[in-house]
Design a protein around this ligand. Structure first.
Ligand SMILES: Cc1cc2nc3c(=O)[nH]c(=O)nc-3n(C[C@H](O)[C@H](O)[C@H](O)COP(=O)(O)O)c2cc1C
Length: 223
C-alpha cells in the first residue's frame, strides 16, 4: 500500500471485531510513528496503550466519573471553540447527521444518538485504546505535532490492515485518567485512539465523511 492509498483508505472506524492486537504489532506501529516530524524535534508525545484488564479498568473509571458528573472534566482545553461559527458549525453538523443516517437513527431519537455516542467509552469495541499525553506547558505548536504523530500512527495501522478512530471523547475524563495513570502534575491527556480490526459488516463503518475541495481551502499565488 502506498502512502496516498493509506491516506485515502483511512476512515474513522466505529465498530471493531474483538480480534486482539499483539503487543509486538503495536510496538511496530509506534516504531514507525516515532518518525513523525515535530518542531525543534521536541517529539512532544507520550502514549499509554491499554488492552485486556487495563482497558476495562479505564472504561470503568471514566464511566463511573461521567455518571457522577455528566458535565465531564474537559477543563480549559476545550475540544471545539464554543460557539462554533460557520462553516465549521455546519461541517460538524453534517458529519453527525451522516453518522446517524448510516445507523438509521432519526434526528429526534435522542436516546439512540446518545447510545451511539456512548460507544466511544467502549473504544467502539476495539481491543486496544491508546491515550495521547502531552505536557500542559506545551503550546499550540506542540499540540499540532502530537496530531502529526497520531495521523502517522493511524496510517501505519492502515497499512497493516488495522483501523483506528481518534477520540477526543476521552478528554471528558481528563482528570480521572490523570489520576488513574498517575500522571505527573504537568502532564495531561489530549485524546485517545481506538485501535483494532474493523467489523466489515457494521453499517456505521460505511460512513465516508465528506471533504471540501482543494479550491475551497488553497490559494495558488505566483504559479
Ligand atoms: C483529534 C480527533 C479526535 C476525534 N474524536 C472523535 C471522537 O471522540 N469520537 C468519534 O466518533 N470520532 C472522533 N473523531 C473522528 C472525526 O469525526 C473524523 O475524523 C471526521 O469526521 C472525518 O472522518 P474520517 O476520519 O472518517 O475521515 C476525531 C478525529 C480527530 C482527528
Amino acid at each position: 500500500m502506498n502512502v496516498s492509498d493509506a491516506i485515502r483508505q483511512r476512515s474513522s472506524i466505529r465498530a471493531f471485531t474483538p480480534t486482539e492486537v499483539p503487543e509486538a504489532l503495536l510496538r511496530e506501529l509506534l516504531d514507525v510513528a516515532r518518525h513523525a516530524p515535530s518542531g525543534g524535534n521536541l517529539q512532544p508525545w507520550k502514549v499509554i496503550a491499554v488492552a485486556g484488564d487495563e482497558r476495562r479498568a479505564v472504561i470503568d473509571a471514566v464511566g463511573a466519573a461521567l455518571r457522577a458528573n455528566p458535565q465531564g472534566e474537559i477543563g480549559e482545553r476545550r475540544v471545539y471553540p464554543d460557539p462554533l461559527w460557520s462553516p465549521y458549525r455546519e461541517r460538524r453538523h453534517e458529519v453527525g447527521e451522516a453518522l446517524y443516517a448510516t445507523l438509521g437513527i432519526a434526528r429526534d431519537d435522542k436516546p439512540a444518538r446518545y447510545r451511539q455516542f456512548a460507544r466511544n467509552l467502549e473504544f467502539f469495541g476495539a481491543p486496544v485504546g491508546l491515550f495521547f499525553v502531552i505536557d500542559a506547558r506545551m503550546g499550540h505548536g506542540q499540540w499540532a505535532h502530537l496530531g502529526m504523530f497520531m495521523q502517522t500512527l493511524a496510517l501505519a495501522a492502515q497499512e497493516r490492515g488495522l483501523s483506528t478512530c481518534m477520540q477526543e471523547y476521552w478528554a471528558q475524563g481528563r482528570e480521572t485518567l490523570k489520576r488513574h495513570f498517575a500522571l505527573p502534575e504537568q502532564e495531561m491527556i489530549y485524546c485517545a485512539m481506538a485501535l483494532g480490526y474493523a467489523d466489515p459488516d457494521a453499517p456505521v463503518n460505511a460512513l465516508r465523511a465528506s471533504r471540501i475541495a482543494v479550491e475551497a481551502f488553497a490559494e495558488f499565488r505566483g504559479f
